[in-house]
Design a protein around this ligand. Structure first.
Ligand code: SF4
Length: 143
């Protein structure tokens, strides 16, 4: 019997940030891979929560020897973000999660998340073009 269901693997902060994907990314391969992963989970396929590099990082030009080399200290910062994201979402590594369930949780946790992470993120200007992101930040911040 071979029940090898292959789940999309997602790390903590991607469970939050990818809801605001706008079709932009580091290069075309990265974007295509991300778009495919999102299509699958949006269509109802379960994602598996992982620690460290996930199926998005897999095609990232900044992934070097399984570490995030986006910038100085990135690996540590990203790991801390992952832990914070999972804590807010009430999830842990190994969980199988439904993308739509996560989406429903985002409004409740977004104030805390965005206050700490979005403001210092290089992708903030892209996320701001997303209507849901703008609605959430209007709800959670003055201005
Ligand atoms: S920048 Fe780092 S955390 Fe982001 S996708 Fe690339 S390797 Fe993963």
């Amino acid at each position: 019997m071979s029940s090898s269901v292959k789940h999309i693997k997602l790390r903590g902060h991607h469970l939050i940030c990818l809801h605001f994907f706008r079709g932009e990314g580091y290069n075309p391969e990265f974007v295509d891979n991300l778009r495919t992963a999102l299509k699958r989970v949006e269509a109802g396929e379960e994602a598996k929560v992982v620690e460290g590099p996930d199926d998005v990082c897999r095609m990232c030009p900044y992934l070097k020897e399984s570490l995030c080399a986006y910038g100085e200290g990135a690996e540590k910062e990203i790991r801390e973000m992952d832990i914070a994201a999972l804590k807010l979402l009430g999830m842990r590594s190994g969980d199988k999660v439904d993308w739509r369930d996560i989406r429903e949780k985002i409004p409740d946790i977004f104030g805390e998340w965005s206050g700490k992470y979005c403001a210092v993120c290089d992708w903030m200007q892209v996320c701001k073009t997303d209507i849901a992101f703008r609605d959430l930040t209007n709800e959670t911040t003055e201005n």
